[in-house]
Design a protein around this ligand. Structure first.
Ligand SMILES: Nc1ncnc2c1ncn2[C@@H]1O[C@H](COP(=O)(O)OP(=O)(O)OP(=O)(O)O)[C@@H](O)[C@H]1O
Length: 600
């Protein structure tokens, strides 16, 4: 697992990484061949047109032969139609190939990233990854879909036009071929600096957009703190900066355009003048001069367009490199090559044997220091401990989000590293403290625990989770859309949806991270009732924050600094007067002090 280089551009920009797209292109060989064929056809017909123009000027006008002129006009129309049809088909194939392979890349990158272990997300920002899926993929699409074909077409046209120029008039060609680099290279160099300025403008705009996204996403908190004016000012300043950068870039581009037009036209006039001398002295026909001029304009403009798209292709190279990094990323936690099957029927025994663990992002700090405990089938164990003791880490290891550095974890007697991740996680249901609700319907959110569940099963789970009543009162019942992150539901409702999800999953091991945020008394009672139903007849490990929960647990494990320091029942631990007694006094308030004060 590595840290993907943030949005910084690769040190030496090159189009080489675009080669990584080759396997994708190979999947659509037929379309690629069709695109290349029509590309070549369009270029060749464009190159033939000036020939026809010359013949017409020299023979048609000169001899005033109307039959000849008619024939040539008809031929030019046919050529134009072929060119138009070839261009249209090239456009269709090229753009479709671009769209097709970018859809493939997006799907594959998403599939790979969504299977990476949390260790990856500890050091990489999810926003950055999403932007790669959108911005980088879009850049590749435009490169494959447009820039590559423009580059290819212009390369063919440029080479073809130069050959035709030499064929038409070798003498004039020498003149032009000397002039083209003198004109074009300074323009390309100047163009580069213009592009640098445009990129700066884009970066400034990206920064402004990032701020807008954050601020709009947090509109409630911004308004609650009367922060609108400050946000306006910050966004306004960012947008102004982006405008200023864009203005500077536009000014350079305007100068570039002016200089380019002057140089190109001056040289055309120069060549025309020189050619006119040839026509006057009879060494050149007017048609040849016309034909030559058209070819030199084609060669010059192809070269200009090539320099334009070259930059885009290099940017796409960077994008392809970044996306292929994401595709190549291998999860730190994987299923074994030959997974063993977990015993059937499931019992739900969980063992930790001398587990040492530190987070990959903080390798020097141990989160678990030789942790050992066993949870029997059907037992309810409460984990209690101060903040940062390692309680959530225990859950992360049971779900195998991370592997321990030493020691082992077993489910039903098997080392969890020996079984397929999917099988392991199929035997766990988790109700986290911070419930995740996806945008979609209530039904979809509950059925997330078991996507193939019928509506009846979903309704039964909701009933058991004390959620059916509020769902029935909603306008569209189970089909009600809950909005982004379930924003239309209350905290207690969200928790009951999460409990229904776990009930529907019906897994032998339940991991429950009790919510610390206070619910109102009615909600709390409902959530508690829902949990009681869920905990029945299965192994439950609960990170406990409530007195009711610890009182109900068969056993309490007291965790401190990555180790189990005490265990027993509530009564026995209070009697001991150790860490638990202290925590209980702080956490469960005066009720404990009055009722369960340690024996003096
Ligand atoms: N993703 C992570 N990367 C690095 N360190 C982490 C990560 N998650 C937790 N830690 C660290 O590991 C230690 C144990 O954290 P853990 O979240 O397990 O504690 P906890 O007992 O659940 O605390 P709380 O009750 O406050 O949720 C802490 O020092 C914490 O800072």
């Amino acid at each position: 697992m590595s840290e993907i280089a943030a949005s910084e551009p690769p040190k030496r920009r090159s189009i080489k990484p675009l080669g990584r797209l080759a396997p994708y292109l190979m999947r659509y060989r037929g379309m690629v061949i069709a695109a290349l064929f029509f590309l070549a056809l369009a270029a060749v017909t464009t190159l033939i047109l000036p020939l026809a123009v010359r013949r017409m000027i020299d023979h048609g006008f000169a001899s005033s032969d109307s039959v000849f002129i008619n024939k040539y006009f008809a031929m030019m129309i046919v050529l134009a139609i072929i060119m138009a049809a070839a261009s249209a088909l090239r456009y269709y194939y090229v753009i479709t190939i671009g769209e097709r392979i970018v859809s493939d890349i997006r799907r594959e990158v998403f599939a790979n990233v969504s299977r990476l272990s949390p260790a990856f997300f500890d050091i990489n920002q999810s926003g950055e990854i999403v932007s790669r899926l959108t911005a980088d993929a879009t850049q590749i699409k435009s490169a494959v879909g447009a820039s590559a074909s423009v580059a290819l077409r212009n390369t063919i046209m440029c080479i073809g036009a130069i050959i035709m120029m030499v064929y038409t008039s070798p003498r004039l060609s020498v003149l032009v071929l000397v002039a083209i680099p003198i004109i074009v290279f300074p323009l390309i160099a100047f163009g580069r600096s213009v592009r640098r300025r445009s990129r700066l403008a884009q970066d400034k705009l990206a920064a402004a957009s990032a701020f807008a996204g954050e601020s709009i996403g947090a509109s409630r908190i911004v308004q609650a703190f009367n922060g609108e004016k400050a946000a306006d000012a910050r966004y306004g300043a960012a947008v102004e900066e982006a405008f200023e950068a864009a203005r500077v870039a536009t000014r350079s581009r305007a100068v570039l355009t002016g200089v380019a037009i002057t140089m190109v036209f001056s040289s055309i006039v120069g060549v025309l003048w020189y050619g006119a001398q040839g026509v006057l002295s009879g060494t050149l026909t007017p048609g040849t001069l016309g034909q030559f001029l058209i070819y030199s304009v084609v060669a010059g403009s192809s070269l200009g367009q090539l320099s334009e798209v070259w930059g885009e292709l290099m940017q796409a190279g960077g994008a392809a490199e970044r996306l292929s990094e994401l595709l190549a990323e291998v999860s730190a936690v994987r299923s074994p090559e030959k997974p063993k099957s977990l015993p059937m029927p499931a019992r739900g025994e969980v063992w930790f044997e001398n587990v040492q663990f530190s987070y990959p992002s903080r390798p020097n700090r141990s989160a678990l220091k030789g942790l050992s405990f066993a949870v029997e089938a059907g037992e309810t164990v409460a984990i209690v401990g101060p903040s940062g003791a390692g309680k959530s880490t225990i859950f992360s290891l049971i779900l195998r989000f991370y592997d321990p550095i030493s020691g082992k974890l077993c489910l039903d007697g098997m080392d969890i590293r020996e079984v397929a991740l999917e099988d392991l996680r199929a035997r766990m249901a988790i109700v986290p403290q911070e419930v995740t609700i996806f945008s979609g319907s209530i039904h979809d959110n509950i059925a997330f625990g078991n996507p193939s569940a019928s509506r009846d099963a979903v309704v039964n789970a909701a009933r058991a989770a004390q959620a059916a009543e509020f769902i029935d009162r909603l306008e569209a019942g189970y089909d009600t859309q809950v909005g982004e992150r379930g924003i239309t539901l209350s905290g207690g409702q969200r928790q009951r949806i999460a409990i229904a999800r776990a009930i529907l999953k019906d897994a032998p091991v339940l991991l429950l991270d009790e919510a610390t945020s206070a619910l109102d008394a009615e909600s709390e009672t409902l959530v508690q009732k829902a949990l009681d139903g869920l905990m029945q007849d299965r192994t439950t490990i609960v990170i406990a924050h409530r007195l009711a929960t610890v009182l109900k647990a068969d056993r309490i494990l007291v965790v401190d600094d990555g180790q189990v320091v005490e265990q027993g029942t509530h009564q026995s631990l209070i009697q001991q007067g150790g860490l638990y007694a202290k925590l209980a006094r702080l956490q469960f308030h005066s009720t404990i002090e009055d009722d369960f004060a340690p024996a003096k």
